[in-house]
Design a protein around this ligand. Sequence first.
Ligand SMILES: *Cc1c(COP(=O)(O)O)cnc(C)c1O
Length: 222
Amino acid sequence: MIDTGSAADRLAAVRDAVGRVARTAGRDPGSIELIAVSKTWDADAIRPLIAVGQRSFGENRVQEAEAKWPGLMAGTPGIRLHLVGQLQSNKAVEAVALFDVIHSVDRLSLVTALGKAVAAAGKRPDCYLQVNVGAEPQKGGCAIADIPLLLDAARKAGLPVIGLMCVPPADIEAAPFFALLAKLATDNGLAGLSMGMSGDFETAVLLGATAIRVGSALFGAR
Ligand SMILES: *Cc1c(COP(=O)(O)O)cnc(C)c1O
């Protein structure tokens, strides 16, 4: 993606690309949620996207989001805020209070903390189970073998699990990992697939993504 022009131009270009690929795959472009990942960008960088109608945004740190978003949301109804980064259990209460969707549910201790937080808040953000599809030790996400157990625990804890999320290994072809995540979702009866970032969202859409998380292609390099 060429890093010139306005954020609104870049948003239009990404939307066009999503629409084109979706139609190629015989999918309804409207079934794919484009999440603008605004981590590290300040309110002034975000406002132009809100002004042209973007409503889904992603952040990876609870504290950063708490500092930025209440002000931005005050003037704009309908913002849908997604937590796409790793979540510490001791931030579960804050995360439930601020976010509409949590993409990084990946271990039992976090399920327990989120379960308590949703019970206390009376608010239930949609959740994705994050899967470590490349079995990378440094990365968040549960092991593939642990999905059924974690899904069961999340449901018992009252978390609405809508799908699976992954961040595939960097620097190698993402398609096999996206295909794998799609199969795992089907096997577990889940419809949602949060996959695809700036470098590979078109591939993700071809392979069934229902939510793509795009940062630098919209805002520029971080
Ligand atoms: C930062 C981030 C993104 C967006 O990445 P880009 O390459 O800038 O599009 C997507 N998902 C997660 C989990 C991220 O942390």
